[in-house]
Every structure is written in structure tokens, then in C-alpha cells.
Design a protein around this ligand. Structure first.
Ligand code: ATP
Ligand code: MG
Length: 550
């Protein structure tokens, strides 16, 4: 069963997240459908009322108060439904963003260690931020607005068809050209905007780069060169911006003039005496007013359609990249809980061969570590010492041979058991957001305050912690402790759950001799009655039997 869930999870796609959101947000989805349709219908009515008003007046009757009130009433209702639609779409877009980011985070933390290692921080951030934003835009200003705009254009054409057939034909011929022109302008503007952004990026990167290398620049007399480069970047940005401004300046007048020309032509035709023409273009004064109103309403949606297509295109690219992210391999957490057998050989490498890619790092490595034994792994840099610890922690699996911890493959040890089996200390301390206590417990609520107090005493940090404003509950910042003290905290973190095996990776490499002695002393206390596998370059820090890794 659990296995099945895992398989399903592996196939998560943006589409599933969206469908799930639609299902859980039934009211919101219904609200969107109602306001989209409502806004289209509501926008069609005011011009028709206006036509009635004008016709009543031109027939010599007084202005009908009821019609005038309903005209304004309908305009208010149109505005209200449109803003309700926009509001609901925005909320829906945010729900999608939330659901997507949660699913992506769930995916991210279940990636294999190898996969996480390969992630470029910048790329991950742009998946979570940029690409998710494009999907949000797809809803807040893309696909649904596009549907609404297309419906609006069609319904206006439909209504005009009954009022003035000739005009419908004129519009049917004109609209594709208008759309083509709009897209042309929008594409050029987008290109110019992207160029501008790149140029601005280069220009702003140039300043810190110059400052960073200022001595070299002065030394080599490269001031003019740097200045020219800067000039070139801001020149590029300026030219790109000019193009954006040009298109921006041209578009609106063209649309306004086109609007006026269509109105003028239709009015002229409807006023012509030719009965042939009048059959298609003839209309009352009231209808003329309504038609003018509709014409000005139809240009807006055409312009929006262009932008919406743009939004949908970039959302498609974003969805593709997020789906790629979802496709990555996950950790297998499907193993049955295994009973960890009692054995006096806690760690054994049985002919282990392992490489990260094709390059073999460990080639048929074999060794055993007995209960309570303290061994040091030695070997040249890059020999694979740290890799051995990573294999023991189950972060990677060997390509050949077996990595056994108490007789069972290391990767099969369940996450919740790992902390009582292993304590792992790295070369440098990685602070987690939180208090001193959080640094030690790593938010594990199963660890008692008593255990925390004890381990702090054991590593010799009692006085330092007591000297803090709120003791173990002091919020951690990088300056709170010295490097040696951080490293002691690291030992405390590894030892607090009372692990049977300690894995230490060059934990004193960054420390001066005196601090190193302190850390080693703390370590000695912590190592008592434990199996310890340590890596060290310095003979002073090595313990027990030495195993050479070549
Ligand atoms: P040092 O003494 O310098 O710490 P080491 O013996 O601990 O060296 P490892 O860190 O185990 O060496 O690395 C062994 C080899 O594996 C190196 O060539 C390294 O480039 C490579 N390697 C380590 N981690 C990865 C990784 N995540 N992806 C790909 N290759 C890696
Ligand atoms: Mg190493």
C-alpha cells in the first residue's frame, strides 16, 4: 500500500496539483464560473439600455427615469462582477501557488542525497519562485481571462449582428489584422524588455566587479576600459528602453484612430441614402449609440488576448520545468522496519565498490569495525574517506558489495532509527534556525531537556551556555559562539541521542592547536563505550587502529 502511494507521488504533475486545488476549493471555483459568465452578460446590457434611452428621446418623449437608473445600475453591476472575478481569480492563483510550492517542497525533501547534491541553488530557487509565479499568472491573468475575453468578443459580435450586420462583417475582417498588429507590438516590446533587463543586470554587476578589482584596475591602468564597458551596458539598456517606449507610444494612438475610423465609416454608411447599403448598415440613432459603445468595448479584449497568450506561453514553459522537477528520483523509504540485530560487528564493508558517476571512488574496499573499537580512516585527499561515512549514513548505496551496519544494509535503516545508531560530526558546523537547544536536538521532541543539559556538560560547554542571556533557549546567530565552541556544539548534536557509533569527519581541521585539544578532550569523554570511526589528517587527532583507504 505504502509502495503504491510512493509510486503515485512520484508521478505528481502540475496538472494534478491544479485539479486537487479545484476539487478542494469548490466554492471558489463555482464563484469564478459565475462571475466570469455574469461579467460577460452584464457588460452586454448597458449599451442596449442606452439605445432604448436615445431612441425614446429622439422620438420626442422625455428621458425615461427608470431606464436611466437601470443603465447606471447595470454599469455598477458590471463593474462589481468584473472586480469580483478578478479578486476570486487572484485568490485562486494564490491557492494554486501555495499547493504547488507545498508539493514541490515535499518532493524536494524526498529527493535522494545524490540528487539534492546535484541541484544548483539558483535553479531550485527559480523553480520555486519564477516558475510557480508563471503558473499563478496562468490563473490570475491567463487562461480564464482569455476565455472571458474571447467570450466577450464573440458575444459583442453576436449582439451587433442583430443591430447592424454590416458592422459585424467589418469587424470580422478587421479583428484578425488588429490581433496580428497587437501581437507584433507585444512581441517586440517583450524582446526589448528582456534585453533591457539583461543590460541592466550587466551594468549593475559591473559596479561591484569594478570595486572588487579596483587595485588591479588602477595598477594596470584599466580605468578607461572599465568605463567604456559600463558605458556600453547602459547604452544597450537605453536603446532597449527606447524601443519599448516607441511601441508603447505608437500602440494606443493606432487603436484609438482605428476605433474612430470604424465608427466614422459605419456612421457614414448608415447615413448614406443608398437603400442597398442601408439594408446592411441602416440603424436608429439609439442603435448607433449602442454600436459605438460596443466597438470601443471590443478593442480592449483583443489587446488583452495578446497578453494572455504571452502569459500562457510562459506558463507552459514553467509547467514543463516544474514537471521535470517532479520527475526526479526519490529516496526509497519503502523498506520494512527491520529489527536491528545484536552483533559485535557494528560496521562492515564487504568488498564495496562505489562511484558518484562513472568514476570509481571506492574499489573493492573491505574492513570491519568491532564493537567499542575506535578506528581512524586515513588516505590521500579524494581517496573516498568522507564517501565511506556517507555510505554508512545510507545517503548513497554501493554499486557492488555491501555496506553493513549491525548486519543489515546501511540504506535500509529507517530514518527514525538513524540517530540512535549514528552520531555524525562534520568538518564545520551547520547552524539551523533556532535556539541553542534546537542546534542540539534538531527539533527532535523525543530528546529531553535533561539529555540536552547532560550533553552540554559532557562537551564542556556548560559555562559558555550558562553565560548566555537565555541559556539554552538563546536564539542562535553566527557570532554567538567561537569556531571551537560551534564544533563542540556539533559534537553535542551528534552525541545527544546516545548513538552507538560516532562518525567524525575531520572535525578539528579548522581549529588551532589549543582548541583542537579541547574538542579532542570532549570527544574522548563522548567516545567512551562507543564505536568511533574518525577521519583525520593530523596524527594528533587520530584514534585507535588506522585503516588506509587508497
Ligand atoms: P578529503 O581528504 O579531501 O576530504 P576524501 O577522501 O574525503 O577527501 P571524498 O570526499 O570521499 O574524499 O571524495 C572522493 C571523490 O569523490 C573525490 O574525487 C570527489 O571529487 C568525489 N565526490 C565527492 N562527493 C561527490 C559528489 N557528491 N558527486 C560527485 N563526486 C563526488
Ligand atoms: Mg573528506
Amino acid at each position: 500500500m505504502k509502495h503504491n502511494d510512493q509510486m503515485k507521488e512520484n508521478k505528481t504533475q502540475v496538472r494534478d496539483v491544479i485539479l486537487r486545488t479545484v476539487k478542494t476549493q469548490k466554492l471558489l471555483s463555482a464563484g469564478i464560473v459565475i462571475t466570469v459568465v455574469g461579467a460577460i452578460i452584464a457588460a452586454l446590457i448597458p449599451p442596449l439600455i442606452l439605445a432604448e434611452i436615445v431612441d425614446t428621446i429622439t422620438e420626442g418623449n422625455g428621458a425615461p427615469l427608470f431606464l436611466i437608473l437601470s443603465y447606471f445600475g447595470m454599469i455598477v453591476i458590471t463593474g462589481m462582477t468584473e472586480s469580483a472575478r478578478e479578486g476570486l481569480l487572484t485568490v485562486f492563483g494564490q491557492k494554486i501557488t501555495h499547493a504547488l510550492r507545498s508539493s514541490m517542497m515535499k518532493k524536494f525533501i524526498s529527493l535522494t542525497a545524490d540528487n539534492i547534491n546535484r541541484q544548483e541553488p539558483g535553479t531550485v530557487v527559480s523553480r520555486f519562485v519564477g516558475d510557480v509565479d508563471t503558473v499563478e499568472n496562468l490563473f490570475s491573468s491567463g487562461i480564464i481571462s482569455m476565455f472571458a475575453d474571447a467570450c466577450k468578443i464573440l458575444s459583442i459580435l453576436f449582439v451587433i449582428w442583430f443591430e447592424n450586420r454590416g458592422l459585424t462583417l467589418v469587424l470580422l475582417i478587421l479583428l484578425p489584422f488588429l490581433f496580428g498588429f497587437t501581437r507584433h507590438v507585444q512581441k517586440n516590446m517583450l524582446t526589448a524588455q528582456i534585453e533591457n533587463r539583461k543590460a541592466v543586470g550587466r551594468a549593475s554587476g559591473h559596479v561591484p566587479e569594478t570595486l572588487h578589482n579596483i587595485r588591479t584596475i588602477h595598477c594596470l591602468g584599466k580605468e578607461n576600459y572599465m568605463e567604456k564597458r559600463y558605458d556600453q551596458y547602459i547604452g544597450e539598456s537605453y536603446r532597449a528602453m527606447e524601443r519599448t517606449n516607441f511601441y508603447d507610444a505608437v500602440y494606443s494612438p493606432v487603436i484609438l484612430i482605428l476605433n474612430a475610423v470604424v465608427v466614422a465609416v459605419v456612421m457614414l454608411l448608415s447615413a448614406s441614402g443608398n437603400s442597398q447599403i442601408l439594408r446592411s448598415f441602416g440603424m436608429s440613432a439609439g442603435t448607433a449609440v449602442a454600436v459605438i459603445n460596443y466597438i470601443s468595448q471590443i478593442f480592449g479584449p483583443v489587446e488583452s488576448l495578446g497578453m494572455e497568450i504571452q502569459t500562457i506561453q510562459s506558463a507552459m514553459a514553467g509547467i514543463h520545468r516544474i514537471n521535470e522537477f517532479f520527475k526526479q528520483e526519490e529516496k526509497k523509504e519503502t523498506y520494512q522496519a527491520v529489527r536491528i540485530p545484536e552483533t559485535d560487528i557494528p560496521v562492515e564493508f564487504k568488498d564495496v565498490t562505489f562511484g558518484y558517476d562513472e568514476n570509481v571512488v571506492l574499489d573493492h574496499v573491505k574492513f570491519q569495525v568491532r564493537e567499542g573499537e575506535q578506528v581512524t580512516l586515513a588516505g590521500r585527499t579524494g581517496a573516498g574517506k568522507s564517501t565511506i561515512l556517507k555510505l554508512l549514513l545510507g545517503l548513497y548505496e554501493p554499486q557492488d558489495g555491501e555496506v553493513l551496519v549491525r548486519g543489515i544494509p546501511a540504506a535500509q535503516i529507517q530514518a527514525q532509527d538513524r540517530r540512535t545508531i549514528f552520531g555524525y560530526v562534520e568538518q564545520s558546523f551547520h547552524m539551523v534556525p533556532g535556539t541553542v537547544k534546537d542546534q542540539i536536538t534538531l527539533y527532535d521532541e523525543g530528546i529531553t531537556d535533561e539529555q540536552v543539559r547532560e550533553v552540554i556538560g559532557l562537551v564542556g560547554l556548560k559555562e559558555a551556555v550558562e553565560g548566555l542571556e537565555n541559556g539554552v533557549d538563546t536564539w542562535c546567530t553566527a557570532e554567538l559562539f567561537s569556531q571551537g565552541q560551534w564544533q563542540l556544539l556539533s559534537v553535542a548534536r551528534a552525541a545527544v541521542a546516545g548513538p552507538a557509533i560516532l562518525l567524525l569527519d575531520e572535525i578539528t581541521a579548522n581549529l588551532d592547536a589549543e582548541t583542537e585539544q579541547n574538542v579532542l578532550m570532549a570527544l574522548k569523554k563522548v567516545s567512551k563505550d562507543r564505536t568511533v570511526i574518525s577521519i583525520s589528517h593530523r596524527m594528533t587527532a587520530s584514534m585507535g587502529r588506522t585503516i588506509f583507504i587508497s
